[in-house]
Design a protein around this ligand. Structure first.
Ligand SMILES: [Zn+2]
Length: 494
């Protein structure tokens, strides 16, 4: 304690506000040989800490991290030196408690202002005679501890923030095997001295005094994994699983792999003779947002998917959207050329269709009860409407096949919309038209039928959620669902 205070007074242990020159390294000019220790034993003697238990927990949602996810892992293409933890909602868990991962002593509690780090807390933990680790928590909204303070595992250090607007809301968590190095850059190809946080935490919770319901497993996310139908490989025959009359499911593997995940596309095929499509909107029901599963359970739907993108008010569709006389958005978007229409108001019209101005009379949309406008993915002539792009994301999309059946499509694995459209067009599903519904972590598809429950959630989205880590179904203000039609009569009269 005394030595710590002396160190802080002399300033030698206080991290520099400005990061060192980029060409430099955070280590001495002669890096020690492995096993790597930057400052050696002298470094840790200044912390007069008793040896604590080998018990590390998640920094959010302790003890197990339940309800939180890691949106950017350690390492990866950008050489991330930590993990970015966040809540599942659009606010990222802003204001949520950030907890000490283990018993320890605060060495830094400081606002670095501009420069990207914001408010930072650093804690050293002694978990064996010679075993020390430092945890670093950055971008905090608020700091609740002071340098030198002892903290217990799970104790609040501050709250999750956005570095005062410099980042999206998340916790940047680092674990370091050397104490009190400069802040550094958060990213570096040279990662010696940094530890993968989740791997370390998982491996160091054997002595935790309380028994955990999860048996000590560290996890993020509560979405259960459900068995689905067998995956159809690219050269395989189409293998639809009939769940009940008029409802079939197939999962296809793309011939061209994605950068993440299993590269599959889930397709639910819905015969409108047996199933009625329904559009549910928080703007009409007056209820709040809910996951696709919750929408389905609340409203008796067999399946639910995103209908279209929505605005920041989390109510209004980005495009024209109407059910009956209720306009969710009364304005037709000038750059979107697809209108999914269903529920014909007069006989003789197809029960479900996607209207495309290059081959349809779009005025027909006035003759349907429900209309959902969005971006066209494929033209009537069969060409892909989107340009090739380096921007990739998970997809939810809506199609109609040559027999007039509604197709609900979901792919967690990210592709550009151009590539995804070409992959879907190549599937043996008799695709006639296809429109965009949603991209990224909000892209959801829920299904419950014939003893099968599937909950597909998206993840990756360039510029927003650059990770395959999302395990949560996000809440949606609107869903397109399908509901079993009730037989009008059980027997013909007479
Ligand atoms: Zn980070």
């Amino acid at each position: 304690m005394v030595l710590l205070a002396l160190m802080l007074l002399t300033g030698c242990g206080s991290p520099a506000a400005d990061p060192p020159a980029v060409a430099d390294t955070p280590f001495d000019s002669q890096p020690p040989p492995p096993p790597f220790r930057y400052l050696g034993e002298a470094n840790v003697e200044q912390f007069s800490m008793p040896v604590g238990p080998v018990c590390f927990d998640a920094p959010l949602g302790p003890p197990d991290g339940e309800g939180y996810l890691v949106s950017q892992g350690f390492g990866g293409p950008r050489d991330h030196l930590g993990e970015d933890w966040r809540g599942p909602g659009v606010d990222g868990g802003l204001g949520d408690t950030v907890a000490a991962v283990c018993d320890g002593q605060v060495i830094t509690a400081r606002d670095y202002g501009v420069g990207g780090w914001g408010k930072v807390v650093r804690v050293v933990h002694r978990y064996g005679e010679e075993q020390w680790v430092e945890s670093l928590y950055a971008h905090l909204e608020r700091i609740d501890v002071e340098p030198g303070q002892r903290v217990a595992r799970g104790e609040r250090l501050g709250t999750l923030g956005d570095a005062d607007g410099q980042t999206s809301p998340h916790l940047h968590l680092e674990l370091r095997e050397s104490m009190n190095l400069p802040l550094w850059h958060g990213y570096d190809r040279e990662a010696r001295g940094w530890i993968e946080p989740r791997a370390f935490i998982r491996a160091h919770r054997t002595d935790c005094p309380e028994r955990r319901s999860t048996g000590g497993a560290l996890h993020q996310g509560t979405t259960a994994q459900h068995a689905g139908p067998p995956v159809v490989e690219p050269a395989g025959q189409p293998a639809w699983t009939e769940l009940e009359p008029g409802l079939e499911l197939a999962v296809f593997r793309s011939p061209g792999p994605s950068t993440d995940g299993d590269s599959t596309i889930t397709v639910l095929r819905v015969d409108p003779e047996h199933f009625e499509p329904v559009l549910l909107m928080a703007s009409q029901t007056g209820t709040g947002e809910a996951t696709a599963r919750e929408w389905a359970q609340e409203h008796g739907l067999v399946a639910a998917i995103n209908p279209s993108m929505f605005e920041t008010d989390r109510r209004t569709s980005t495009f024209y959207m109407r059910v009956g006389d209720h306009d969710n958005n009364p304005a037709h978007h000038p750059r979107a050329n697809a209108w999914l229409a269903f529920g014909p108001r007069e006989p003789g019209l197809a029960p479900v269709r996607i209207l495309d101005p290059s081959c349809d009379d779009v005025a027909l949309r006035e003759r349907y009860h429900t209309v959902i406008q969005s971006y066209r993915m494929r033209t009537c002539a069969g060409s892909t409407a989107w340009k090739p792009s380096a921007r990739i994301w998970s997809h939810a999309s809506l199609g109609v096949d040559v027999d007039g059946r509604l197709l609900l499509l979901h792919a967690r694995s990210p592709w550009s919309t151009h590539d995804f459209t070409e992959i879907v067009a190549g599937l043996p599903i008799g695709l006639r038209s296809l429109q965009y519904a949603e991209g990224g972590p909000e892209a959801s598809l829920y299904l419950r039928s014939a003893g099968l429950e599937l909950e597909r959630v998206g993840s990756y989205e360039t510029g927003f959620f650059e990770s395959d880590a999302n395990q949560h179904a996000w809440e949606l203000p609107n869903v397109l669902g399908v509901r079993r039609r009730v037989a009008a009569t059980t027997a013909e009269p007479g």
